[in-house]
Design a protein around this ligand. Structure first.
Ligand code: ZN
Ligand code: ZN
Length: 174
């Protein structure tokens, strides 16, 4: 089970100050079925936001809390006011833009570089990184076939097999 502060950070929609969190959170975990992180267990008011919205009759992924450039390297949340972001490579939780920039400096750009390498590997296969379907489409350099897969790519902390495999390969050939 995730610590309470993680759940609050992921699900809280109001950008309120949170209790002090542990300095580093790198524990790996399995999310509950359906990529849900226990939000149903949250007490009190909490605003449900859809990951996908319809604009001009077209289904689109909501922007969520990160900029497009940041989604390349970080997993965000669909809650626009949330601070939550997780490094796609090392799983560090980086809860502000400042922390994310510092993470990049501290890792000497390593995490970002590895993510780009993973994307290059996966592009060769032309298989969606989320669902493994054949696709010529790419987003953030990764093969991503659909709006639904893009939503998962932006917001889901579930480790997908293709992603895990690519990570293993770039680590081994570092
Ligand atoms: Zn990292
Ligand atoms: Zn897909």
């Amino acid at each position: 089970m995730l610590p309470d502060w993680v759940i609050r950070h992921v699900a809280h929609a109001y950008g309120a100050r949170m209790p002090k969190r542990p300095a580093k959170f790198v524990q790996r975990y399995q999310p509950m079925a359906g990529g849900c992180y226990g939000v149903f267990a949250l007490p009190g008011a909490y605003v449900e936001v859809q990951e996908i919205t319809t604009i001009n009759n077209k289904r689109r992924v909501v922007q969520g809390n990160l900029t497009n450039e940041e989604y390349e390297f970080y997993i965000g949340t669909k809650y626009q006011d949330s601070d939550t972001a997780t490094c796609r490579f090392c799983n560090s939780w980086l809860l502000s833009k400042k922390e994310r920039l510092a993470h990049n400096t501290e890792s000497k750009g390593d995490c970002n570089r590895m993510i780009k390498k993973m994307a290059a590997l996966l592009r060769r296969d032309k298989l969606c990184v989320i669902c493994d379907k054949n696709t010529p489409k790419t987003v953030y350099g990764f093969p991503i076939c659909s709006v639904d897969c893009l939503a998962k790519y932006r917001f889901s902390r579930q480790p997908y097999p293709a992603f895990i495999q690519a990570k293993k390969m770039v680590v081994e050939t570092k």
